[in-house]
Write a protein that binds this ligand. Structure first.
Ligand code: NAP
Length: 300
């Protein structure tokens, strides 16, 4: 590991040349995105002539901005809500995993003037599970994915490719679960069949966006307490780090995995695609946690 810096990081320090490599995260909003800090920390640790910028394009500006950057020096973008589906449509080519997910979280601007869509969220999901649940395997029993949006779709594609053979989609809106399962190897369950969806599950992934605050009332179905081994339960949400869902599952004796390593894991291949080099081994999780939970410094 190279030395970590503890002061707050910016995307760059104003030392860019006219040939600097530029990439960024595009969404609406992007104010709360941690990606600029993450990529910025890697850029700085490597001393690259590069910048990674947050870009809010408003609710309707994605296509105009994404197209305007083609053919220039722009290297690529992470795409966040609500543009992931639009990004896949806009691209000239797509990886198999982006097509399987039906959405792109990465657009790579290639030197030949074409744009490649990729989806690295599934890779991030597997990275988080392997990192925080050592010994975890995709085939450690049925996998129950709660939610049927873009993130759930990416998760099913990745889990299936990693060896999961019994994947269950449990969603509030049953029709949306049915639609996902018509495209990918998974079985649909509605809220009223939660017990069946959790039956024997070894892994549970919360891929809903419903529980974003620590004080939100818990309304998601929980896996039953199990005597031996417990279930590995992951929440894709990383703020708060321990969501109400993870807290409830931990209280039931399950092993919990937070969403922060998923963010890091999806960023690794994106960084490599944008800047042509692997990110350095620096403690970025700690840097992100410091940004998420800043402690007050001494009074001026
Ligand atoms: P999405 O397409 O909007 O899907 C949202 C899903 O959440 C739907 O299945 C929806 O169910 C469900 N839902 C929303 N509110 C709910 C509530 N109150 N109760 C029960 N279910 C509810 O969103 P997405 O793109 O899939 O993202 C899902 C989550 O994953 C987001 O929180 C996102 O931030 C997170 N994520 C994290 C990472 C990471 O790097 N850690 C990466 C990608 C995504 P209905 O179909 O019934 O509406």
């Amino acid at each position: 590991m190279t030395g970590a810096r503890s002061e707050p990081l910016t995307a760059h320090e104003g030392l860019l040349s006219g040939e600097a490599m530029v990439a960024g995260v595009v969404g609406h909003p992007v104010r709360h995105s941690l990606s600029p800090r993450l990529h910025g920390a890697w850029i700085r640790a490597l001393g690259l002539d590069a910048a990674y910028v947050p870009l809010d394009v408003g609710p309707h500006g994605f296509e105009t901005v994404a197209r305007a950057l083609i053919g220039g020096s722009f290297r690529g973008m992470n795409v966040t809500l609500p543009f992931k589906e639009q990004a896949l449509v806009l691209a000239d080519a797509a990886t198999d995993r982006a097509r399987a997910a039906g959405a792109a979280n990465v657009l790579v601007y290639r030197t030949d003037g074409t744009v490649l869509a990729d989806n690295t969220d599934g890779e991030g999901l597997l990275y988080a599970l392997r990192r925080q649940a050592p010994g975890w395997r995709a085939d450690r029993g049925p996998v129950t994915v709660i939610g049927a949006g873009g993130a759930a779709r990416g998760a099913v594609a990745a889990l299936s490719a990693a060896g999961a053979t019994d994947i269950r989609i449990l969603n509030r809106t049953r029709a949306r679960a049915d639609a996902l399962c018509a495209l990918l190897p998974a079985t649909a369950f509605g809220w009223d069949a939660a017990e069946a969806a959790f039956e024997g599950a070894g892994t549970v992934i919360n891929a809903t966006s419903g529980q974003l605050t620590a004080d939100a009332p818990l309304s998601l179905p929980l896996p039953p307490a199990r005597a031996a081994g417990g279930v590995v339960v992951m929440d894709m949400v990383y703020k708060p780090l321990e969501t109400p869902y993870l807290a409830a599952c931990r209280a039931l004796g399950h092993h919990t995995v937070d969403g922060l390593d998923m963010l890091i894991g999806q960023a690794v291949p994106a960084f490599e695609a944008f800047f042509g080099v692997a990110p350095p081994e620096i403690p970025v999780r700690e840097l992100l946690l410091a940004a998420m939970y800043p402690t007050k410094g001494p009074a001026p």
